[in-house]
Design a protein around this ligand. Structure first.
Ligand SMILES: C[C@@]1(CC(=O)O)C2=NC(=C\c3[nH]c(c(CCC(=O)O)c3CC(=O)O)Cc3[nH]c(c(CC(=O)O)c3CCC(=O)O)/C=C3\N/C(=C\2)[C@@H](CCC(=O)O)[C@]3(C)CC(=O)O)/[C@H]1CCC(=O)O
Ligand SMILES: NC(=O)c1ccc[n+]([C@@H]2O[C@H](COP(=O)([O-])OP(=O)(O)OC[C@H]3O[C@@H](n4cnc5c(N)ncnc54)[C@H](O)[C@@H]3O)[C@@H](O)[C@H]2O)c1
Length: 193
């Protein structure tokens, strides 16, 4: 069976600066995904035109800026992550090349082979977040699995996390002892009977 070699991490987008090139359907979809996860994400979108939905989003999101212009290499200055989401395949490749020169991690929406990272399908229940990837094979299956998990995981998981957080802060003793106690308290979560 082919393995998925992607390494998942959870970025703090309010600590980073993201450039999105393209403000059409996919640019809008990607910005929406970023903001749903982090409403205060620092995002600049550069595009020759914008979907009205994006213009609306920019009125609400405090750190989302839209700049109407054609892409130039300088747009990557000071950015940590970039998403190339224009409808011009050759331009997306040029944006990738510029990002590589600037050591900016990039997602090229129409070319998975060029992506340094993929966006995942995200399940959210309060503090809990699960990211799903199909190795780029079927984003639609990722979306469906998200729906299944969103239904299956009870909302009460957030109370469990809040309580465990309090207990974790209160536990005394050395690290090994803490781990032992936390494993004991949470045993019930994996017990089958
Ligand atoms: C998970 C999600 C996250 C997000 O975007 O936020 C995401 N795509 C979503 C939806 C979606 N994307 C597409 C459809 C149409 C049906 C279909 O093609 O299946 C639908 C379904 C829909 O919209 O209903 C089309 C599509 N997608 C890519 C290509 C290019 C190609 O494959 O060549 C094309 C063809 C374009 C064309 O044909 O022109 C590429 C990628 N899409 C990824 C992520 C990365 C792989 C993730 C993984 O490992 O599974 C990767 C590799 C790169 C990236 O974009 O990061 C989000 C689910 C949102 C949710 O959870 O609700
Ligand atoms: N990864 C995914 O999830 C996914 C899903 C579907 C489609 N796609 C791919 O995404 C791409 C974009 O599709 P779309 O529907 O958003 O296109 P679109 O036509 O809706 O939008 C194109 C955007 O690119 C901008 N643009 C074009 N030339 C530019 C330039 N020189 N400088 C700056 N901005 C420029 C336009 O201003 C516009 O905002 C397509 O290639 C499609 O194959 C990816």
């Amino acid at each position: 069976m082919e393995e998925n070699h992607l390494f998942p991490v959870f970025f703090k987008l309010n600590h980073l600066h993201v450039l999105v090139v393209g403000g059409g359907n996919i640019g809008h979809e990607k910005v929406n995904a970023l903001l749903e996860n982090c409403p205060t994400a620092n995002i600049i979108v550069v595009a020759t035109w914008f979907l009205p939905e994006l213009t609306e989003l920019a009125k609400q999101a405090p750190n989302l800026e839209l700049i109407q212009k054609a892409f130039s290499c300088g747009d990557l200055l000071g950015k940590d992550l970039a998403i190339a989401a224009t409808n011009d395949h050759e331009l997306n490749r040029q944006i990738w090349e510029s990002a590589k020169c600037s050591k900016v991690l990039i997602n090229v929406a129409d070319t998975p082979e060029l992506c340094d990272f993929y966006l995942g399908s995200i399940v959210q229940k309060g503090s809990l977040k699960i990211a799903i990837s199909t190795n780029g094979k079927s984003p639609t299956v990722a979306k469906r699995l998200k729906q299944v998990l969103q239904e299956a995981i009870p909302g009460s998981i957030n109370d469990v996390l809040d309580k465990l957080h309090v207990i974790r802060d209160r536990l005394k003793g050395d690290f090994t002892e803490k781990v032992k106690q936390l494993n004991h308290i949470t045993e019930v979560l994996v017990k089958k009977d």
